[in-house]
Design a protein. Sequence first.
Length: 272
Amino acid sequence: MATYSISDLDNRLRPSPLMPVLFVGHGNPMYAIADNSYTQKWAEVGHGLPEAQAIVVVSAHWLTPGQTHITDAPKNRIIYDFGGFPDELYRVQYDTVGDEDVARLLAKQLVEYEAELDKQWGLDHGTWSVLKHLAPAPEVPVLQISIDYAMPLPELYQLYSRLRAMRRRGVVFIGSGNIVHALGRIKWDGGTAWDWAEQFDADTAVALQNREIGKLVNPYATWAEARIAVPTDDHYRPMVAALSLLEDGEDIEFFNDEIDMGSVSMRSFISA
């Protein structure tokens, strides 16, 4: 195994202007190959991103209860972590490299959480389905950080906030999930949004704009609609991760602020 000194790691990423942090409502896996208003906006946002030195994604589809993992394989494999979709979706390729040095530098920021490097995972569809549009052919490493699904949301917020300084070292962070993610209430005919979905989405949007952290990391105690809008919080957690990476007083801009299929919020934001 290669060894790395602290100075080697510290020099791996150059100081940079503050890089953006995004939260992307990723929705249906089919959007990886779709041309619609959501994917067109992803592409538009991607064109506006500054030149990064690495892209790091926190996806709702990599849950590691009791642990935090960071991908460090030299080349990322694609994970088709879904079933019942057209063959075309399983043929999607997204060629990217990882970077062990960047992974170790991220792990250094999370040393108190004993973050582990992981060569087995790759990129799940919460990452590649979005990046196919945001960054179609990245020339920089792409990494994922897992979600400790056993950690309470306030503590999870504190964990990811340890990475905030990396935004001034050329790292663009992306949380990929959905604020409202109630698959059991989907309207397959694409009907209008449920009232509770619209209400929860609107309430969280206000809290995000006002940086009401206490409310956002305690949704079930704050909003009556949370139990139905967020039946499990796996897709909500990447939003908390992105929120934690914002600097004090930093504004956000929303995009794709619609409810898809009645019960999936596509609301996304980027730091401004």
